[in-house]
Design a protein around this ligand. Sequence first.
Ligand code: NAP
Length: 282
Amino acid sequence: MGTILDGKAIAARLHDALTREVAALRGCPRLAILWFETPSSALYRKAQCRQAASLGIAITDASFPTDVEPDAVEARILEWNRDPKIHGMFVHQPMPAQINPQRISALIDPAKDIEGIHPQNSARRFFAKARIGSCTALAVMELIEATGMPLEGKDAVVVGHSEIVGRPVSMLLLDKLATTTICHIATTHLEQHVHRADVLVVAVGKPQLIKGAWIKPGAIVIDVGINVVGGRVVGDVEFEAARQRAAFISPVPGGVGPVTVMMVMKNTVEAYKLQQQGGAAA
Ligand code: NAP
């Protein structure tokens, strides 16, 4: 029976360290949150605001109806770019269909881009000293690190290739010298790839996509997926069956999610420090 990777406990440890760091700063970092009025976005924003308040990070936020004109969203980002009191910006995803995510990513001031989505930052920032980049990918790596298992030479398989999760997490696994395979919608024989994974990261958004019987005995399984089924939040992995085979497994909820919120805060503090030094990200 695999050990459950407790995201809440890991987030609490990160919270303690970050509280000390924020207290030692001369000023106050400010995070700007732009979100679209959907129930899931409202919940996520609430979690972000709660953590920011408990850490002493200030929040500016803007909400838009899901039928908002793209111009209004773009104008707000440009306004925040010019505001020296704002140090980090987080735009909730998924964005409504009429908003072009690539256009939004390219508009954000790279120095305030705490998700690493600006084209100038997407790959580079992970290898910069400050390691500001996809908060979810950094959270996945924190969970893997908590297992104490070295990644070098291990077979890592990432299911999902989104700009915001699958791709950045693959880069970080590669950076640790794991032999990394990225699976996606066109992958044939997904089961075979999953079955040879020492480390499996699933970020798709399809409940039960990964069957418990596919898991390699002794694997580390990180489930990023968030799905609501019959009023319950579940991941992309058949949790109970997978736990029978895995050495470590992250639950949904209570796994990647709480750690991701802390990474948003950590990246805001890193961006603040870089801006105070007047330096670039790298
Ligand atoms: P996304 O942009 O929709 O990406 C999903 C990825 O899965 C795409 O690359 C897609 O490929 C791929 N895919 C779809 N069906 C597949 C299949 N049958 N086999 C293999 N790959 C398949 O979503 P995302 O933003 O990466 O998020 C993924 C999940 O993680 C969602 O449930 C989201 O809610 C959750 N999430 C959780 C956190 C957290 O903190 N816990 C943070 C972010 C996201 P194509 O694009 O080629 O179709």
